[in-house]
Design a protein around this ligand. Structure first.
Ligand code: AMP
Length: 206
């Protein structure tokens, strides 16, 4: 089963997808994580993506679609794939259709005020990529690594990322709803409750 995660930055897509991949043996593709790794390693793709990521803009579709197609071709697991952060607009969703069937789209809904609060206090582990709040301290709760604030989690970029989300990504909710494969979950609750709802919906759909 292939599942697309939808929701604004900070809604909890990454947190839920990582957990689901670990517990239910899905492959997890996070386009944001891939770009950050490419950037860290100064690869040509990372260099091309840098200016867009820094501003909170979307990286051009052809770069993203080719990158995802390469990852999909490399996947060994046949139990399915979780796409986190992709597709981000209608063109990407349509490009994906020819490559991999989408069985379900899970939309994690969180109000914008809460999103702004979450993103501005979000910290990322330098070592394992775990996401946590600034209130949790300077050390990763999962691996003990050092945490930092992503440049694009700083206030000026957050507002642009939310504009991009509202204009380009939000239409995907209706797109998957029209296909009859959208499941909406209230993401304003604690991580465990959101996770239980997602697992129940997947089992029902299986
Ligand atoms: P994320 O970690 O998913 O919030 O992604 C961080 C940044 O990577 C985004 O703000 C974009 O600049 C870029 N990015 C990630 N996924 C995509 C995508 N599917 N299409 C275009 N740009 C993307």
């Amino acid at each position: 089963m292939n599942i697309v995660f939808l929701g604004s930055p900070g809604a909890g897509k990454g947190t839920q997808a990582v957990r689901l991949a670990e517990k239910e043996n899905f492959s997890h593709i996070s386009t944001g994580d891939i770009f950050r790794a490419e950037l860290k390693n100064n690869t040509p793709l990372g260099m091309k993506a840098k200016e867009y990521i820094e501003k909170g803009e979307l990286v051009p579709d052809e770069l993203v679609v080719n990158m995802v197609a390469t990852r999909l071709a490399e996947l060994e697991s046949n139990s399915g794939c979780l796409l986190d952060g992709f597709p981000r607009n209608l063109a990407q969703a349509k490009a994906m259709e020819g490559k991999i069937p989408t069985d379900m789209a899970i939309f994690i809904h969180v109000d914008e005020d809460e999103i702004i609060k979450r993103l501005s206090s979000r910290r990322t582990c330098k070592h394992c990529g775990n996401l946590q709040s600034a209130d949790d301290g300077a050390v990763c709760k999962k691996c003990g690594g050092e945490v930092y604030q992503r440049d694009d989690d700083k206030e000026e970029v957050i507002m642009n990322r939310l504009d991009v989300y509202n204009e380009q990504t939000k239409p995907l909710i209706k797109y998957y709803e029209d296909k009859g494969i959208l499941f909406t979950v209230d993401g304003a609750r604690n991580v465990d409750d959101v996770y239980s709802d997602i697992v129940a919906a997947i089992k029902k759909n299986d």
